[in-house]
Design a protein around this ligand. Structure first.
Ligand code: AQP
Length: 323
C-alpha cells in the first residue's frame, strides 16, 4: 500500500499534475491513499483562511483528477490521531535526529522565529505514514531523508516496545522529468514561486495558460532542439509537450521549425490536458455539500484504518487507560 501527500502551500500546478497526481491516478493500487497535508503547510508563516481555501481546492483537484473519493482525506481531519502518534514518535526520536534533517537546516537557515514545527514536522510525516501502515512512500529526493526517519522510528519502536508498525520504504518516481518554471527554467515549477508568470496553475483559464506559455523563456537560437543542459527553456517546453501528449522530447523537437509553433502546440496540449480537471474542480467547489461529504467520509475511513495501530502503540508505550 502506498501513501502520498500534497501540501496546500499554494495552488496546484502543472508540475504537481504531470509529476505526481496524474501518476497517482494511472499507477495507483486499490489500497493506496492520498491526502492533503494541510498541517505541513503551517511550519512557516501562513494565513489561516487562505490555508483553509487551498485545502478545499486541493481536495477538489485530487478528486477531479480521477483519484477515487474513497482514497482521499485531509490530514488535519485526523489531527487527534496524528497528534497523539506524533507525540509517541517524538518520544522515540532524538533531538539530534530531527535537527539533522536537511530541509530543517535549509528552510530554517537565517530565519528569525523559526517555528518548532519546522523541526518536528518530519516526525508528523512519520506519523502520517505509520498510522496508515504504508509500505511504500513515493517521494522526491528532497523527502527521502524523512522517509528514512520514519523507517528508523518504526524499527526502534517495534524493537523497544513491541511490533506495531510496518517499516515503510521510499520509492523514487520511475521517470518523470521535473516540470520547470516557464520564466526561470533553472528552477522547478513550484506552488510557492514568487512570480506566478512562470507557473501554470491547474485552475488557470485557457487564455491565461496560453499567455504564460507564449511568454516562456527560451533562448536566442532559431532551431528546435532538445538539449536540457544548454537550452533548458526549450527542453522544458518539449518535456511538457511529451508529458501531455506522449512521445519523447527529442523526437517531438523534430516536428517544429520555430519556437512560436512549439509554444502554440504546448499551449494547446496543456489546455486540453488540464481542461477536464479544471472543469470538474470548478463543479466540485461549487458544491460544498458534496465536497464536505467526500471529506468526512475520507476522514472516517482513514481514522478507522489507523485506529488499531495508535491504540497498540499507546498501550505498548505505557499510555492511555489499561486494557
Ligand atoms: N515542478 C514539478 N515537477 C514535477 N513534479 C512536481 N511535484 C512538485 N513540483 C513538481 C510533485 O508534486 C507532488 C506534491 O508536491 P508537494 O506538495 O509535496 O510539494 P513540493 O514538491 O514542494 O511542491 P511545490 O509545488 O514545489 O510546493 P512548494 O512551493 O510549497 O515547495 C510531489 O510528488 C512532488 O514531487
Amino acid at each position: 500500500m502506498r501513501l502520498s501527500g500534497i501540501t496546500p502551500s499554494g495552488h496546484p500546478h502543472l508540475g504537481n499534475h504531470l509529476g505526481a497526481v496524474r501518476r497517482w491516478v494511472s499507477d495507483g493500487g486499490p489500497d493506496d491513499l492520498y491526502f492533503v497535508s494541510d498541517l505541513h503547510a503551517m511550519t512557516t508563516s501562513h494565513d489561516p483562511s487562505r490555508l483553509r481555501a487551498r485545502t478545499s481546492e486541493m481536495l477538489a483537484v485530487l478528486v477531479a483528477s480521477g483519484i477515487p473519493a474513497e482514497r482521499v482525506f485531509v490530514q488535519s481531519d485526523l489531527a487527534r490521531e496524528l497528534g497523539a502518534l506524533t507525540w509517541v514518535l517524538e518520544c522515540t526520536c532524538s533531538y539530534g535526529e530531527a535537527a539533522r534533517m536537511i530541509q530543517f537546516k535549509e528552510k530554517g537557515r537565517g530565519q528569525a522565529g523559526v517555528r518548532l514545527s519546522l523541526l518536528t514536522y518530519p516526525v508528523l510525516m512519520a506519523a502520517d505514514i505509520l498510522l496508515q501502515g504504508a509500505e511504500e512512500v513515493p517521494v522526491g529526493l528532497d523527502q527521502n531523508q524523512h522517509v528514512e526517519l520514519a523507517r528508523a522510528l518504526s524499527r526502534r519502536f517495534n524493537g523497544t516496545y513491541g511490533e506495531v508498525f510496518t517499516v515503510p520504504r521510499a520509492v523514487l518516481p520511475l521517470t518523470g522529468a521535473r516540470v520547470r518554471d516557464l520564466t526561470d527554467p533553472t528552477r522547478k515549477m513550484s506552488k510557492s514561486a514568487r512570480d506566478a508568470a512562470g507557473v501554470v496553475f491547474v485552475l488557470d483559464e485557457p487564455d491565461l495558460v496560453r499567455r504564460k506559455v507564449r511568454r516562456a523563456v527560451t533562448d536566442g537560437c532559431a532551431d528546435v532542439v532538445y538539449a536540457p543542459d544548454e537550452r533548458p527553456g526549450v527542453a522544458n517546453l518539449l518535456e511538457i509537450l511529451a508529458g501531455c501528449r506522449g512521445g519523447r522530447p527529442a523526437d517531438l523537437a523534430a516536428g517544429f521549425t520555430s519556437y512560436g509553433a512549439l509554444k502554440e502546440a504546448v499551449a494547446d496540449a496543456v489546455v486540453e490536458t488540464l481542461r477536464p480537471v479544471r472543469e470538474r474542480t470548478v463543479e466540485l467547489l461549487a458544491d460544498p455539500g458534496e465536497l464536505a461529504r467526500i471529506r468526512a467520509e475520507g476522514a472516517a475511513r482513514a481514522a478507522e484504518r489507523g485506529e488499531h495501530r495508535l491504540t497498540s502503540a499507546m498501550r505498548l508505550i505505557g499510555a492511555g487507560a489499561p486494557a
